[in-house]
Write a protein that binds this ligand. Sequence first.
Ligand code: SF4
Length: 228
Amino acid sequence: MRHGRKSRSTTIKGFKRFIAKELDHQLILGVTVQPANQPERDADVPLRKQVQRHGDVEALYIDRGFLASAWTVEAHAAGKRVICRPWTPRNRGLFTKREFAIDLAAQTVTCPAGTKRDIKGRTVRFPGSVCAACPQRALCTRAKPGRGRTISIHPSEALMQQLTVAKTTPEGRAELRMRVPVEHSLAHICNRQGRRARYVGIEHNVFDLCRYAFIENCFAADRFERAA
Ligand code: SF4
C-alpha cells in the first residue's frame, strides 16, 4: 500500500482520484487515478488530454497541488488566467517570505533589513556574516551561528505573487469561490463510490471513476435542463 500526504497529520493511502470539471455547464470532462505517493501535479497530463478534446481552456481554477504542473506553467506563460489559493508561507513566528521584497524584473530579493541579493537559481542566500550583525536576526532566522537566512524562489514565482495579491481583493476571493462546485462533485463521487478503491490497479479504478463521473454529469445535465 502506498500512502501520500495531504498535510503533516493527514495521510492518503492507496490511490488519489482527480477530476477536471468545466464550470459553465458543471460537466466533468476528465478523470484520473494515481498512486497516493505520486505528486498531484502529475495528474495534469491525463486530465489535460481529456479536457482538450472539448476545446481550448480559457482559465484554470486549480487546487494548489497543481501549481507546479506543466499545464499551469504553460497556461500562465500563454497569458491565460490561473485561479488558485497561493501557498501560505510559514516560518514559525519569524519573518515570512512575504516580508522580503522579491523583484523579478531586477532579479533581486531585499530583506526587511534592506540587504539586497541577486536571484541566481531557486534559493537566495543572505550571507551569514551580514545576518550575524543584523539587529533583526532573532526575528528572521534560527540558522546556526555563521549561517544566514535563505529564501526559496518558486519556478512560477510571478504567478505566486499574482495569486497572493488576488487573494487580498474581494474580486479575487469571489473568483476563488467559483471552484467550490469542483469540491462538491468530488464529495458527491466519494459518497457514491466510497472511500476504498474497488479494484486493484490504476486502469480498473479509472474506469470505475468514469462511471461515477458519468452519474454526476447526468445530475448536472438534469439541473441544467430544469433551469433552462
Ligand atoms: S537576518 Fe539577514 S536576511 Fe534577515 S533581516 Fe537581517 S540581514 Fe536580512
